[in-house]
Design a protein around this ligand. Structure first.
Ligand code: ADP
Ligand code: MG
Length: 448
């Protein structure tokens, strides 16, 4: 137990400003009383101060080191010298623990444009937004790890940066690491080659309070990097440090991601971002137009939002192009100008299809009833078309797995994932399936 305390003390030292550590933690003398760890402090004032300001942190760190709670008691140290008992406390140590004692750390790498204020919340991203806020308010406590997934250009990077900014604003001394998995990988390779792994580990495990890792799918298939990330994850997680990762896929769906990492990600909260609804797209456009001082008439906003549905980056890009064209040509932004601009840059992968339209097309092709497709029936003549329909939906719509499950008669998201995987695998070898799917896609106007 005393060994445990020694290690805990070391880890606390890493978490705290040096002055605070020297003033409050260093003088503690530990002993063991049965099952109870007794921490002896030199005077009443120290006892009170520790109780109010550090006890929780001490408990957390101990719990992190041992894996379970430990009984703890603060006692007055009768053997402390009278001097220590009466010793005045250095005034600088009386600042509350979170008050900056060093110049505030900057948070390198965070994009100043991506904060919570300018993130538009709608049904498509509500859960991810709420989870991100909670992670920023209660780092390491509520949702750890937080796994945000969603398609390209839907705001993952924006949200994860927003968490960083909010945490930094709350406590400028918090050590926030924001980076892409690609940078993590490169950094790892670099340190490995230059024999600087100690430095690497210290940077990501000890000198880090919050790890924000963007595009984790990048480490898939890179076993050594995954191994290193796994240990980084464990170290941070055990120390109650917040971990947020983003990905363009659901954990189980990332190919070649080690099972143990998948299961770690499932420990926390998985929040998906879907393509925004019409109203959200309009709101995003308006907000962006306001920020960039672009006069955007309502009809044009709706026209753009109606045309570009599945990618916010593309939506914003079109607005910027429109504004550029307007200023180059010296014309106001009107529907005519918008139509011209859109003709030049017509997005290629826009589809208005609904899940039900795809389901119907698949039913027609295989000659099954829509009700059966959504039923629980498991005979192959029905389950196979059902799986094909799930696969086609997933490939062409931005509907999330859970939502798809719901639209197929309340199936679990894991059923949908399994179906998509199966069909995808079959497609490699089964040419009749290939042509079936092509036919269905052509009917729906999806095939090129
Ligand atoms: P991802 O990382 O998911 O590919 P980004 O976070 O880079 O997407 O977002 C792409 C662009 O769209 C960014 O400029 C971002 O600010 C913007 N964006 C995405 N979602 C929203 C939203 N809900 N509100 C405001 N801007 C958004
Ligand atoms: Mg991104």
């Amino acid at each position: 137990m005393l060994e445990l305390w020694k290690n805990t003390l070391k880890s606390l030292q890493d978490q705290m400003a040096a002055q605070h550590f020297e003033a409050w933690l260093r003088p503690i003398r530990a002993s063991v009383d049965g099952e109870v760890l007794v921490l002896k402090v030199p005077n009443k004032f120290a006892k009170e101060w520790l109780t109010n300001n550090y006890l929780e942190m001490i408990r957390d760190t101990l719990r992190g080191a041992r894996g379970s709670d430990i009984a703890l008691r603060l006692d007055l140290d009768s053997s402390a010298t009278e001097e220590a008992q009466l010793a005045p406390v250095p005034t600088e140590a009386l600042a509350t623990p979170s008050a900056p004692v060093e110049p505030p750390r900057s948070t390198p790498g965070l994009n100043p444009k991506y904060n919570f204020q300018n993130f538009v919340v709608g049904p498509s991203n509500q859960l991810a937004h709420a989870a991100a806020l909670a992670a920023a308010q209660m780092p390491g406590r509520k949702y750890n790890p937080l796994f945000i997934y969603g398609g390209v250009g839907l705001g993952k990077t924006h949200l994860v940066n927003a968490i960083g900014h909010a945490l930094h604003a709350r406590d400028p001394n918090q050590r926030i690491l924001y980076l892409s998995a690609e940078r993590f990988t490169n950094d790892f390779i670099d340190c490995l080659q230059n024999k600087k792994m100690d430095e690497f580990r210290s940077r990501y495990r000890r000198q880090c309070d919050v790890l924000l890792m963007d595009d984790i799918q990048f480490i898939a298939g890179r076993d050594q990097t995954q191994e290193e990330f796994f240990h980084t994850f464990n170290a941070l997680y055990d120390g109650f440090r917040q971990i947020v990762v983003t990905s363009d896929k659901y954990p189980q769906e990332i190919p070649d991601l080690q099972e143990r990492l998948v299961s770690r990600f499932l420990w926390g909260l998985i929040a998906d971002i879907q393509a925004p609804e019409m109203e959200t797209r309009v709101a995003i456009l308006r907000k962006k137009a306001l920020a960039e001082q672009i006069p955007l008439p309502d009809d044009v906003a709706f026209f753009l939002a109606e045309t570009i549905k599945s990618n916010v980056r593309e939506l914003e890009g079109t607005l910027i192009r429109l504004a550029a064209k307007s200023s180059i040509d010296g014309r106001d932004i009107t529907m005519d100008l918008a139509r011209e601009t859109m003709r030049i840059a017509a997005p290629t992968h826009v589809t208005n299809l609904t899940v039900e339209e795809i389901q119907r097309a698949v039913c027609t092709y295989y000659n099954v009833k829509l009700n059966d497709l959504k039923s629980e029936r498991r005979n192959r003549s029905i389950s196979f078309p059902r799986q094909v329909a799930m696969f086609v939906c997933r490939n062409h719509l931005k509907t999330s797995y859970p939502e798809l499950g719901q639209k197929f008669g309340g199936k679990d998201h894991s059923t949908v994932i399994a179906a998509c995987r199966k069909i995808e695998a079959l497609l490699h070898t089964d040419s009749s399936l290939q042509s079936a799917i092509e036919t269905i896609e052509r009917k729906l106007g999806l095939a090129s």
